[in-house]
Design a protein around this ligand. Structure first.
Ligand code: UDP
Ligand code: MG
Length: 351
């Protein structure tokens, strides 16, 4: 898509295009409200900014009939935006769903947002100001936390940041997430990254480009509960750290060195105790403790190596990031399939 097209001898600017990618998983109750909110916003913004919007909904293998409900709701109402509906063959996770949406985008910029109305559409205006008026390639939103977080959450967040920092620069704000706008330059760079295990938060900063952060207040969910339980967040944290940093492997070396020094010092102390003080070394409890400690450390670090090995295996298998079940465009009430080869291994590089 070009931003200018020839009109006789004169070149006139065409409207900018923006695609909003919305991944959803069992959000049937939230989708009609989301469409209403976006419709209201887009009607005003399309005119104000001279932008043609397209909404790309990605059903991440939901089981609550959300896609059918969305389709019926969209078809029954006049809209100021184009709609594309993708469905993955099962639940692949939010990052895979975002990647699926990104694979079909051709617009001048892309916006990622959640389907549960915790990302207010009005924030898109701040994104457009940053992109169009101020020339930023990436404008991302961070949560302005009205209630202070408990200390352990703050500490866990900063530890995670420190550990994932080794291969990417520090983010513009510690609390930024997926809610963001990326210009064509930036989203194409993100799309072309080769890894299959895509934890987007770890990739945004690596890609770079001029970035601005804007604050927003997330309202509570209207319906349903967060899809990310504390246990899932810990798993995502481990994945984020091992995907972007080798710090845990280095930790193994340091732990080995420290244990070696401790063992040497204890050995020396035993000799001194026997020769100078004249007391023989204590019996088996010390030996059992020492061996257990070393055994535990070895098992922990074997696990750490296993994490990395698992990652290498997954990349080596070269499986697609997701499998698409359907890909349709909704024009008025008409639903047209965009692909005939659906069902096979269709994924991001197949555009
Ligand atoms: N989501 C998804 N696939 C998943 C989990 C979540 O597409 O496996 C979507 C979800 O429907 C929502 C967005 O990702 O649109 C954010 O999820 P959620 O609101 O549960 O996360 P939180 O706001 O608690 O971070
Ligand atoms: Mg949410």
């Amino acid at each position: 898509m070009r931003s200018f097209e020839a009109a006789g001898a004169q070149r006139v600017p065409t409207r900018r295009t923006v695609s909003i990618i919305i991944p959803f998983f069992n959000e049937a109750a939230n989708l009609p409200n989301l469409v209403d909110a976006l419709d209201g916003y887009i009607a005003a913004a399309a005119y104000r900014w001279s932008i043609a919007f397209e909404l790309i909904f990605v059903d991440d293998g939901g089981t609550d009939g959300g896609l059918q409900r969305l389709r019926a709701y969209l078809a029954a109402r006049p809209r100021d935006f184009g709609a594309r509906l993708l469905r993955l063959s099962r639940n692949f996770g939010k990052d895979a769903a975002l990647t699926a949406g990104l694979a079909v985008v051709e617009s001048d910029a892309v916006v990622f947002m959640d389907a549960d109305l915790q990302h207010p559409p009005s924030v898109i205006d701040a994104f457009l100001t940053g992109w169009i008026a101020e020339g930023y390639d990436v404008v991302c939103a961070y949560q302005d936390r009205a209630r202070p977080e408990p200390w352990w959450k703050r500490r866990a967040r900063s530890l995670y940041r420190e550990l994932t920092r080794s291969s990417a620069p520090a983010p513009v704000h510690p609390d930024i997430g997926d809610f963001r706008l990326m210009s064509r330059k930036a989203y194409e760079a993100l799309r072309d990254l080769g890894e299959r295990q895509r934890l987007m938060r770890g990739l945004y900063d690596w890609v770079g480009f001029s970035t601005k952060a804007v604050a927003y207040t997330a309202p509570d969910r209207l319906f349903g509960a967060s899809k990310f339980s504390p246990l899932k967040l810990v798993a995502l944290g481990v994945e984020g750290i091992t995907a972007s940093s080798v710090a845990p492997l280095r930790l193994a070396v340091w732990a080995g060195v420290s244990l070696g020094v401790l063992a040497g010092a204890y050995g020396l102390w035993t000799v001194v105790e026997t020769v100078v003080v004249g007391v023989g070394p204590p019996g088996y409890p010390t030996i059992v403790c020492t061996i257990s400690m070393i055994g535990a450390a070895q098992l922990i670090f074997l696990g750490v190596i296993g994490e990395y090995l698992g990652k290498v295996l997954a990349e080596a298998k070269g499986r697609p990031i997701y499998v698409l079940e359907s890909d349709c465009v909704l024009a008025g009430a008409e639903l047209t399939s965009r692909r005939t080869e659906i069902g096979g291994l269709v994924y991001r590089l197949d555009r």
